[in-house]
Design a binder for this molecule. Structure first.
Ligand code: ADP
Ligand code: ZN
Length: 494
């Protein structure tokens, strides 16, 4: 029998590799760097775990989230694989125990938060494991965090390249679920991967049913209906801690046992919530989006967002937590055009509050990037394209329409909006730099139409540009001027 399959079977009891896993494992075993972009649930962790087991050595895994590390360690230990993590939250006893098993050469997987790599003790550990030829590979999980273009930039990741000087020749694998081509390029460059294997698997998931709807004033009915229809576990995502608590209480009051989960709860409660989610028959968890990364429950039948998600990449990951068992699952977004505006204001306010002249430029570009990403997400939600296709396009993958989402299953009635567009552009010409709200108000006095919506469409159409500072100031583009001189048809479904 093929020795890799034999190890897979021996340690995990599985009979075959998932797409993309084997080439990455083989690359690492032959000492070659690799970039692995596999969809959520695609089995990224096996790619760096199996080499450690095959070689009886140590793989260091850099991971951004403590919860993620602990979850992985728990799963490995349940398979009798010696694994541990090092992060700031450990008690001195636990920490000592970790160092002891490291010294004895027993550990196969060690998870580290990126900032740990600055500690001299950890650097010495890397150097000595390397000298003893026991360091099999370095793995960088959630590698998109290294890119300012990614949806979750972590400055600590920028220093990861340095580790390699401590262990020349040890292969490094960077892993991510969704990384737009630009982010992939950043990962390759910033980690200085050498002649890497680049393994990219499609993020298409043929069991997810996407739907995105305008959120009514009170979406309770929709939420209840979606939960009742769903199978297995349900994940309800809310943006703020307050709204997590609010919705958990509301669902409870309406006969659905719902557990809140967010970073502000005390660790015991969080642990209970996690256990409930993993063990109950049909648990409903209301959480902030940080929950769910690495949480291994296959039969999540519903992932519902109560607000517009903040980026298409992030949403692909979050919705990807549904249906990891391959059975049909629903991914529902309830959004309102106000979501982007209110987030924009919040970001601006925080920019003013934390005003730090040294970081000003960096902060400003972060807000701008966040605005652009929100707008891309909004364009998916308000757009007419197949949801999955639009999401994948937003991360640089060209895929056919899914045939299952709300857009694929409905027929949209399109009308020509070019006359209204002319009116809007003309008004804007006379009010350059006005904000979206004032423009809509001015226009509404002339004619009652969905001006806010049309404005967003014309921004997508690139006839108007919109400022990225959160204040939504609007400007006519050259293409808009051309349109005014000689309009062309604009067919939109309202
Ligand atoms: P990712 O990190 O890519 O989202 P995980 O590594 O958590 O995915 O794996 C997702 C699920 O798939 C886990 O339940 C894991 O145990 C399972 N899995 C991974 N590889 C295989 C395989 N080759 N055969 C069967 N199950 C697998
Ligand atoms: Zn579709």
């Amino acid at each position: 029998m093929d020795p890799l399959l034999a190890s897979l079977h021996q340690h995990y009891g599985w009979d075959d590799f998932r797409p993309g896993q084997r080439p990455v494992i083989e690359a690492l075993l032959s000492g070659r760097d690799a970039l692995a972009v596999l969809p959520t649930g695609g089995g990224k962790s096996l790619c760096y775990q199996l080499p450690a087991l095959v070689r009886d050595g140590l793989v260091l895994v850099i991971s951004p989230l403590v919860a993620l590390m602990e979850d992985q360690v728990r799963q490995l230990r349940s398979r009798a694989v010696p694994a541990a993590c090092l992060h700031a939250g450990l008690t001195p006893e636990v920490r000592q125990e970790v160092w002891r098993s490291l010294a004895e050469g027993k550990l196969r997987l060690l998870y580290l938060a990126p900032e740990r790599l600055q500690s001299s003790q950890v650097r010495e550990l890397i150097a000595s494991t390397f000298r003893q030829k026991r360091l099999v590979a370095l793995a960088v999980d959630e590698a998109h965090c290294i890119s300012a273009w990614g949806h979750d930039f972590r400055p600590d990741y920028r220093r990861l390249g340095e580790v390699r000087t401590l262990c020349p020749g040890v292969p490094m694998v960077a892993l991510s679920a969704t990384a737009a081509p630009r982010v992939r390029a950043d990962i390759l460059r910033l980690l200085a991967l050498e002649k890497p294997l680049v393994q990219v698997c499609s993020a298409q998931r043929d069991n997810l049913h996407y739907a995105m709807q305008r959120r009514p004033k009170d979406p309770l009915d929709q939420v209840l209906k979606a939960i009742r229809r769903s199978r297995g576990a349900s994940l309800i995502y809310a943006r703020t801690r307050r709204s997590v608590e609010h919705w958990a209480k509301r669902l409870d009051a309406n006969g659905v046992e719902a557990i809140p989960y967010h970073a502000g709860l005390d660790p015991d409660l969080r642990h209970q919530a996690l256990c409930h989610f993993l063990e109950a028959d049909r648990p409903v968890l209301v959480a902030t989006v940080a929950f769910g990364m690495g949480v291994d429950r296959g039969d999540v039948g519903l992932v519902l967002h109560l607000d517009l998600p903040s980026t298409p990449e992030g949403y692909l990951q979050e919705s990807g937590r549904a249906g990891r068992d391959g059975e049909p699952a629903q991914c529902l977004v309830l959004f309102s055009p106000g979501d982007r505006t209110s987030l924009g204001w919040a970001m601006q306010a925080s920019l003013r509050r934390h005003h730090n002249p040294e970081l000003e430029q960096e902060e400003r570009s972060r807000v701008e990037l966040a605005q652009q990403q929100l707008r891309r997400m909004e364009a998916v939600a308000e757009g007419e394209m197949c949801r999955q296709q639009a999401l994948l396009l937003a991360v640089g993958e060209l895929a056919p329409p899914c045939g299952r989402c709300d857009r694929c299953l409905s027929h949209l009635q399109r009308d020509d909006w070019s006359e209204a567009a002319q009116m809007l552009l003309q008004t804007l010409e006379g009010n350059h730099g006005t904000d979206a709200r004032s423009l809509s108000d001015t226009l509404a006095e002339l004619e009652p139409l969905r001006w806010g919506w049309l404005t967003r469409r014309l921004v997508q159409e690139e006839l108007i540009s919109e400022s990225n500072d959160g204040s939504q100031r609007l400007y006519l583009r050259d293409s808009g001027r051309r349109f005014l001189k000689q309009p062309w048809p604009l067919h939109y479904a309202a």
